[in-house]
Design a protein around this ligand. Structure first.
Ligand SMILES: [Zn+2]
Length: 260
């Protein structure tokens, strides 16, 4: 088990000391990365200190600082392995249709670090850790100030259906014009924390992403009382979603606009 301080110096991208090439885990053959690592050719893209490859059987492969004390840009919030899996999934999927894409990218004058940046102006965040409402609003505000559209994917671990109100089919008498028979449609009640409530003040939908199977769970809110969100729930693959001018587009969106 890595300690908290080791976790905070982990990178999914390294720079080659001689060529300057940006090397991303999964893009470059493992044997090539091993050779670079053994020759001491890997550098932290942020602070320039030496990195080494960590490629065992159990954890997601990654780069770690040889000496953490050297890293001038340690993260305030250490990331979990599932957080890294989530942001790699977002990076690999959305860069396919993008002119350019970057992992762990510093943005704007404030130097906020986006999990994934997709040109021309999207920051994708895979948010698993808990932030206060104030922290989240501040991050959103900084992105807006930098002219960046932020898209938030909650880790699936944050998705909590309330036990007191089991998921049920959406009634044909339900007054809201939402699709009823697509994408595992269901109605239910969900537990949310203050970060989700902050997001709902700004964005109409909540997205949860499961990095293990690439499925997106979408909550379309009906009502919010304290920590209980009553919502319509849909599930669909991330593959099939797109970034459009106004943010994330999913195959559910046209059905929400024109209900069945
Ligand atoms: Zn560093």
């Amino acid at each position: 088990m890595a300690t908290r301080s080791e976790e905070s110096g982990i990178r999914l991208a390294a720079r080659h000391a001689q060529t300057g090439e940006l090397l991303i885990i999964g893009d470059v053959p493992l044997e090539t990365l091993r050779a670079y690592s053994e020759r001491g050719d890997l550098r932290c893209p942020e602070c320039g200190a030496a990195l080494r490859l960590k490629a065992g059987d159990v954890r997601q492969h990654h780069f770690a600082h040889v000496s953490l004390a050297e890293c001038a840009v340690r993260d305030a919030e250490p990331e979990s392995e599932s957080h890294r899996n989530g942001k790699l999934l977002l990076f690999r999927y959305f860069r396919q249709a993008a002119e350019s894409a970057a992992l762990e990218q510093r943005i704007g004058a404030t130097g906020q670090r986006a999990d994934v940046f997709i040109a021309p102006h999207f920051a994708l965040e895979f948010q698993q850790a808990n932030n206060s409402a104030a922290q989240w609003h501040e991050r959103h505000r900084l992105y807006q100030a930098a002219g960046v559209r932020d898209v938030w994917f909650l880790g699936q671990v944050r998705y909590t259906a309330a036990l007191s109100e089991p998921l049920r089919p959406i009634s044909p008498y339900d007054p809201r014009p939402v699709p009823r028979d697509v994408f595992e449609a269901a109605a239910g009640a969900f537990r949310v924390r203050e970060m989700e409530r902050a997001m709902l003040e700004v964005f109409p939908l909540l997205y949860y992403l499961d990095p293990s199977d690439g499925l997106l769970t979408i909550l379309v809110p009906r009502s919010l009382h304290a920590t209980t969100l009553r919502a319509y729930r849909y599930r669909l693959p991330l593959a099939g979603c797109q970034l459009r001018a106004d943010g994330l587009w999913t195959p559910l969106h046209p059905l929400l606009a024109k209900p069945t």
